[in-house]
Design a protein around this ligand. Structure first.
Ligand SMILES: Nc1nc2c(ncn2[C@@H]2O[C@H](COP(=O)(O)OP(=O)(O)O)[C@@H](O)[C@H]2O)c(=O)[nH]1
Ligand SMILES: [Mg+2]
Length: 335
C-alpha cells in the first residue's frame, strides 16, 4: 500500500468526553463493524478488558482500523484519566495525527489541556471534535471560546451545529457551504441548503476559514491580501499546511452517540491529517551494531520497528473452543 494512503490517528481527551463512543462511530460508519459497540452495555470494540467493562472506562490504549475512501486508518483509542495517562503519552509518539475530543457540556477540562500539551510536545497535528452536542446544556459557542482561551490557539470551525440539545439534527459544512441534515441514528444525511437563519453566521465562519487557510501559506496570503479570490484547491492546500504546522486548530462538532457529524470528520482525517512520511526521519538503535541511527520513513528504507506496548494474551496458543471459556486465566504480566 502507498504510504500516502495510511493514517495513524489517536483519539485523545479528558476521561468521559466521549472518545470510545466516537471511535465506535468511526468504525461503524466505515462499515468495519456491522453494529455500533457501546461502552455502557459492555459491547465496545475498544473497552474489551473485563476491568474496563466493569468500570466503563478505558484503562489501556486499544487499536482498530477502518478503510474510508481508500485510505487505511489505524485508530488508537486512548485513556483520558490521569492514572493511565502514561499509556497515552507513549502512544502519541507513534501517531501522526490526533482527534482532540471536547465534551460540549463541560468544555475544556484538566486532561483536555494536558493531552493537548502532550500532543504538541510530540509534534502530532490535531483536529478538535466537540462531541455530545445532543446533550442537555451542550454549548458549541462556549466550548469554542474555552478552547481559544485555555489552549491559546486560533480556533477555526469547519462545521457549525444545526439545532440544540435534543433538537441537534445536523451540521453546516463550511467547505461545501451546505447543510448535512441527519435522519435516524444510522449516519444517513441529506445535503440541503444552509438554513436561512444560519446563513449570516455561516458566511462569517467561512470567511474566517479562508483567511486562516491563506495565512498558512505565504503565496496564498499575498493573493488574499490583494483581494483576489482563492480557489477551492488553494483553500484546501492552505488548510492542510495549517493543520500540519499547527498554525490553527480546526474544530468540528457532532454527536457520536446519535451518529451525527461523523463523516465530515472522517473526510478531514483523510485529507488533512498527514501520512507517516511527514516525519522526515526517526532515530533508533540498530540491534546489530547497537549504534544510534536515523532512518527515513519510507518504503525504501530498511525495516525498523518500535515496541511501545506489550500485552500478554491469556488465550495465546489455546484451542479456539477454550477461547470461549467463561473464566479465562489472568494475563501473566501486569499491563
Ligand atoms: N448523549 C451522548 N452521550 C455520549 C456521547 N458520546 C459519549 N456519550 C456517553 O458518555 C459516556 C462516556 O463516553 P466514553 O465514550 O466512554 O468516553 P471516554 O472516556 O472519553 O472514552 C458514556 O456513557 C457514553 O454513552 C454523545 O455523543 N452523546
Ligand atoms: Mg474511553
Amino acid at each position: 500500500m502507498d504510504i500516502q494512503q495510511i493514517r495513524n490517528v489517536g483519539i485523545i481527551a479528558h476521561g468521559g468526553a466521549g472518545k470510545t463512543t466516537l471511535a465506535e462511530a468511526l468504525l461503524f460508519n466505515a462499515k468495519a463493524v456491522d453494529r455500533m459497540g457501546k461502552v455502557d452495555d459492555g459491547s465496545s470494540n475498544f473497552d474489551y478488558d473485563p476491568e474496563e467493562i466493569r468500570r466503563k472506562i478505558t484503562i489501556s490504549t486499544s487499536f482498530h482500523h477502518y478503510n474510508w475512501n481508500k485510505v487505511e486508518v489505524t485508530l488508537a483509542d486512548t485513556p483520558g484519566y490521569i492514572n493511565f495517562e502514561a499509556d497515552t503519552r507513549a502512544c502519541l509518539r507513534l501517531l501522526d495525527g490526533a482527534i482532540l475530543v471536547v465534551n460540549a457540556v463541560s468544555g475544556v477540562e484538566v486532561q483536555t489541556e494536558k493531552m493537548w500539551n502532550f500532543a504538541r510536545a510530540a509534534d502530532v497535528p490535531m483536529i478538535a471534535f466537540i462531541s455530545k452536542m445532543d446533550r442537555e446544556r451542550a454549548d458549541f459557542a462556549k466550548a469554542i471560546d474555552e478552547i481559544a482561551e485555555i489552549l491559546k490557539v486560533n480556533v477555526v470551525p469547519v462545521l457549525l451545529p444545526i439545532g440544540r440539545e435534543t433538537q441537534f439534527s445536523g451540521v453546516v459544512d463550511l467547505f461545501r457551504m451546505k447543510a448535512l441534515v441527519y435522519k435516524g441514528d444510522a449516519g444517513e444525511f441529506a445535503i440541503q441548503d444552509i438554513p436561512a437563519d444560519m446563513a449570516a453566521d455561516a458566511a462569517k465562519a467561512r470567511e474566517k476559514l479562508i483567511e486562516s487557510c491563506a495565512e498558512a501559506d505565504d503565496a496564498l496570503i499575498e493573493k488574499f491580501l490583494e483581494g483576489a479570490e482563492l480557489s477551492e484547491e488553494e483553500i484546501r492546500s492552505g488548510f492542510r499546511a495549517g493543520v500540519r504546522a499547527m498554525k490553527f486548530l480546526p474544530v468540528l462538532c457532532g454527536s457520536a452517540a446519535r451518529n451525527i457529524g461523523i463523516q465530515p470528520l472522517m473526510d478531514l482525517v483523510n485529507f488533512a491529517m498527514p501520512d507517516p512520511s511527514y516525519r522526515a526521519e526517526v532515530t533508533g538503535t540498530n540491534p546489530k551494531t547497537k549504534a544510534e541511527e536515523k532512518r527515513a520513513i519510507s518504503e525504501k528504507a530498511p525495516f525498523s520497528a518500535q515496541v511501545f506496548k506489550t500485552l500478554a494474551d491469556p488465550y495465546a496458543g489455546s484451542s479456539p473452543s477454550s477461547r470461549c471459556s467463561p473464566e479465562p486465566s489472568p494475563p501473566t504480566c501486569p499491563r
